[in-house]
Every structure is written in structure tokens, then in C-alpha cells.
Design a protein. Sequence first.
Length: 542
Amino acid sequence: MNNPFTIHKRIGSLGIGAMLLTFTIIMTGCTLGPNFIRPTTKIDQQWLEARDAHLRTEAPDLKEWWKVFDDPTLNRLIEIASKQNLDLQVAGLRIYEARARLGVAVGYQYPQKQEIGGSTTTKQISEHAPNAAQSDKFYQDYETGFDASWELDFWGRFRRGVESANAELFATIAEYDDALVSLTAEVARTYVAIRTYEKRLEYARENVKSQEKALELAKARYQEGVTTRLDVTQAASLLKQTESIIPNLEMKLRQAKNAMAVLLGTTPGEIQKILDQPGPIPTAPDEVVVGIPAELLRRRPDVKAAEYRAAAQCARIGIAKSELFPRFTLGGFIGFETSEKGSTLSNNNAHLSDLLVSSSINYLFGPFISFPLFNYGRLKNNVRVEDARYQQAIATYQNTVLKAAQEAENAMIGFLKSQREAELLAQSVEHYRESMRIALLQYRAGDTSYQRVVDIQRDLTREEDKLAAAKGAIATNLIAIYKALGGGWQMRLGHSFVPEHTLDEMRQRTDWGSLLDDQRVIPKGERPPTGREVPLFNRPDF
């Protein structure tokens, strides 16, 4: 038997020619479409309230900003939420999806088709077919071989695809960080709401007790005949009005705890165990380090995500433009083919044994070119579509920056003014409490009407409720400042994007290779548009 792996000399000649052609095309190729440049956007050099003594403009440390409240319960809640929140896990899983999509894009740069196959075909020719009398009516064909094709990336279509997928990967990481920023802020805000409702309930219950004593005083004076029944009915009416506040506050408190359960990815019963006892409203520090507005461009994850989305869309313009030009493909087939002929299909093995011999070699090899014609503007309009989407992405980025500055400015003015409001309300409450003491003394002595007592008690109840809300607003606005500055995402550095048990489940179900390893180093060509080659998940700006 002849050597089945002896290839005809013409195949070698074609291979050398194809290699030279490939080298020439790759060396003279280009990359179509614009290269991404970060869009310019206007931003102030200083905050509007930068001169306020409560704000400092040195670089802030925002990794665990919630610890400024010095509240162990809040620290525990945020730690649990960062590990168990389900929306955050979804955002983390999108990162692994994007990493796999990047792998798909990278794969298109290499030969797109590489297949080994074989076939056996049995055919009977009709007796009424042309020249049927001179043909074998029955035959069986055997074929096996290797088929490959490689569309060369002459216009940079596949390179732009990798560029786009890579930017999308970094966008999903930034969106995960943005979700973490929002999560930590929402947990803290909900916790402050819970403590505020608890304080408002405390004030309401204290006022109920105070008004119950006032009612007893009014009844005693009525029974003594000193006053009319009007004093009793006024006291009872105010007491019921104050008591009616409590059910609504209890409802809101329970709803806030239920919201906390969702944030922590657990049940309301588990939250009740953590928050079983009332606590004080978190106290904000007198001074807050806020940095400067320009740092928002480097720190806020939503700004970075918008930038990477724009970069991904910019690359798609080049992909669309490449469709306007010819495609160059190297392809071919090499294998063995033989047929068994005759009027019957007996003795098949006689001809099958001739399959793997040099005389049965069958091959097809060479470069191919295709050029789009008569597309009636479809391809050009597709380029225009991608360009319009890119311009939208630029506007979205610029708008994201402006909104980030707005959120920061709003939070700062809210923090400063709520502090002043709480100071004034605290003074007002003290005056009302003193007024209440004096009014009760005068009422006992018969020097004033009960209407004055009722008015002061009603106003005191209202002012104490407003004071509790104002104290909660100070903490809430401080939380808004840290969220607006993009604080909190840094806590995930060195940790997995999803819980380890989820990664184990994914590994058992699917071969993920090294894609679930968060410490993977970025290969060449897989880096952010303006970045440099450093570990993907340990980047200083990620």
C-alpha cells in the first residue's frame, strides 16, 4: 500500500504561494474606523460650597466611608449585603459573560473553520436519466479529510471586534462597581431611615405619656369644679391625635426593615434578629473630605462605564465600514475519496480499502475574494447607524458627568443645610419643652387656659418629629455625598465578584477554564481603551 500521507508536490507549491499571499495581505492591511478618544466635557474646578468649613478638598479615602458613623450594626449590614445581595451577583455574573464574549471575539482572528470529517454516500441513478445506460446505476462514495478556511482581517474587522468586546468587558466591571456604590449607599440610607423611624416613635410615645398626664390633670380640675368639661375633651382629642401617629410610623418602620432584607438577600425574620433593639440615628462628623470635581471622572464607576460603552460603540463603526470592502479568505480541503461501483452494493470492503492511499488524495486549496455589490445603500446606512449610536454614547457620557456633578453638589448643600436645620429645630424643641413646663404650672395655678397647654403640646409633638427627621436627613445627605463621589466600590478589590459557592456550581456545570479566576492578567490586546497592561482586577482605577 502506498504511503497515505505522501502529498503531491503541487500542494506544497500552493501552500507556499498562499503563505506569501497571506503575509503580503497582513502586512498591507489596515484598520478602518475612528480610534476612540475620551470625549471632552465641562466640569467646575471647585465645588460651589468649597469654602464652607464643614467641607475639605483634599483627596478622600472612600473605600469604607460608612465607618465614619462609627456604628457596628451598619458595618455588619453592609458586609452582609456585599456578599449576599442578588442584584449585585447578577452584575458580577455579567462580567464573566462579557469575558466569554471577549474570548469569542478573539477567536475570530484565527482560522474560523477547522474541521475533520468523513462521509459515505449511497446513490442510485434513475434508469430514465440522461446516459443512464452508460452509467453505473449504483455506487457508494467514501470521503474523509480536513477542511479549513481563514478570513484574513485585512480591514481590521475582527480587531475592532476584539476592541469593542474588551471595552464592553471593562464597562461591565464599572457597572458592577456602580451597583456596589448604590448598594452600600442604599443599605446605609435604609438603616438611617430605620433608626429615624425608631426615634420618631420614641418621641411620639413620650408625648403620649406626657399628654396622658395632662389629661389626668384636666380631669382632676374638672372634677374639682374649677374648669369646664371642654378642657377634658381638648386633652383627650390631642392624646388620640398623637396616638394616631404611632401606627403609621410602625408600618413605615416595618417596611424599611423589609426593604433591608431584600438588600441583604435574606428574609425579614433574619433582619429582625439583627435589628431587634432600637438604636440612635447615626451621627455624621463635623467635617467631610470631598476632594475636587475633576476626581469624579476617575472615581465614579458610572462615568467610567459610560466611557467604555462609548469606546465599544466607536469600534463598531470600523466593523461596519469593513463590510464595504472585499473579504480575503484562505481555504481548502485535503482528504481521500474513493467509490465502490457496480450494479449491486456487494463486496464493499474491496474498494473501501483503497481510501487511504496516495492515489485517492483529493484536495482543493487557494485564496478567495468576495466583494459586496448592489447592496442598495444597506451597508453604508449601517455605518451611519453605528456612527449615530456612537454620537449618542458621547452625549450619554457627557450627560453622566454633568449629572454626577449635580448629584454631588445637591448632596453637599443638603448636608450643610440639614445640619443648620437640625440645630435650629433642637433649639426650638428646648424652648417648647420649657414652655410646656411653664404652661402646666400656670394651668395648675389657674393662671392660663388649657387651650395654651394643648397648643404647646401639639407644637412640641410636631417639632420633636421634625427634629428626628432632620437628624436623619443629615446622615442621609452625607450618605448621598459619598455615593455621588463614587465611594464604596473599592471594598471589592481582592474579592470575587460572586460568592465562591456560585463559582463552584458554574465550574461543575460548564468548563470555564481560567475565566472564573478574578486575578487573571490581561493578555495583549485585552486592555481598556486608555489603560496599560496590568492585572485586570487589581488595577488602581478599578
